[in-house]
Design a protein around this ligand. Structure first.
Ligand SMILES: Nc1ncnc2c1ncn2[C@@H]1O[C@H](COP(=O)(O)OP(=O)(O)O)[C@@H](O)[C@H]1O
Ligand SMILES: [Mg+2]
Length: 244
């Protein structure tokens, strides 16, 4: 008997600033869900097609990720149909373009279970993220209490002034910071191999995998980590964090 499938949980990765880590978060998340057997779909809404390219690099034996090119659709294809994940999909990860307009925010966020904004510790990026958060609250009208919006600090070198000002600033926005990812070539390498950080075994990636724990807990259960737990990392980044 045919049982109608519940819609997959939709995770939207958003930030109007290029290079903040949207594709990095989206691909790593999709790979994690693939490992967990949740049949993820990765919807690529960026015309640069980075997520789509990453999927094409995945090897045959890697757990499958269904990719959808949500850009450049041929005119004769119905958009809703083309962007529909397969029936067995339990997690839909949406990688967005830097050029998302405020008008597009409403349809994009409407049925999103969680919205993640990656932010780099730099003045320009902090400024862009403020706009993004403001638009989500005021234009898309997502109430803070919904606990659907959060920030991930990306490419962080702890013990830097700019990291401290990023964390202070994010606290003042009253939007939870759910994770801090260090700046490491491990992400660059994994991307080149069509992998997620959780799929790389036996290297320094173990440290990065641990940094994802608080992010995954929020995405799944809405658990917001205590800020202090993000401020400090018992492990030293790149082995010489005290110098920054
Ligand atoms: N934590 C990180 N450490 C090192 N490099 C990173 C990290 N996050 C992203 N990058 C690199 O920064 C560049 C931009 O990231 P990307 O995810 O493509 O950003 P966006 O999709 O927002 O434009 C890529 O080359 C990516 O590999
Ligand atoms: Mg991208």
């Amino acid at each position: 008997m045919h049982r109608p499938q519940a819609s997959p949980r939709k995770f939207l990765i958003l930030n109007p600033k290029g290079g903040s880590g949207k594709t990095t978060l989206a691909t790593n998340l999709a790979a994690y869900y693939a490992l967990r057997g949740l049949h993820p779909t990765l919807l690529d809404l960026d015309g640069q097609g980075s997520s789509t390219r990453w999927i094409s690099k995945r090897t045959e034996d890697a757990p499958a990720i269904h990719g959808i090119r949500g850009f450049d659709l041929p005119a004769n294809v119905t958009r809703t149909f083309a962007m529909r994940p397969p029936d067995d999909c339990e997690r839909l990860v949406v990688d967005t373009a830097a050029s998302v307009t405020t008008q597009e925010l409403v349809p994009l966020t409407r049925d999103a279970y969680r919205i993640v904004i990656p932010v780099l510790p730099s003045d320009i990026d902090i400024h862009a993220a403020t706009r993004c958060v403001a638009d989500l609250l005021l234009v898309a009208k997502i109430p803070r209490v919904d606990n659907r919006i959060a920030v991930v600090a990306n490419r962080v070198k702890r013990n830097t002034v700019v990291f401290r000002s990023l964390m202070r600033f994010l606290e003042s926005l009253q939007i939870p910071v759910i994770g801090v990812l260090r700046d490491t070539q491990n992400y660059v390498r994994a991307f080149e191999n069509g992998q997620g950080i959780h799929e790389v075994k036996g290297g320094t990636e173990a440290q990065d995998q641990r940094q994802w724990e608080s992010i995954l807990a929020w995405l799944e259960y809405g658990e917001v980590p205590a800020p202090a737990s993000l401020w400090q990392d018992p492990e030293r980044e790149n082995g010489h964090s005290a110098r920054w």
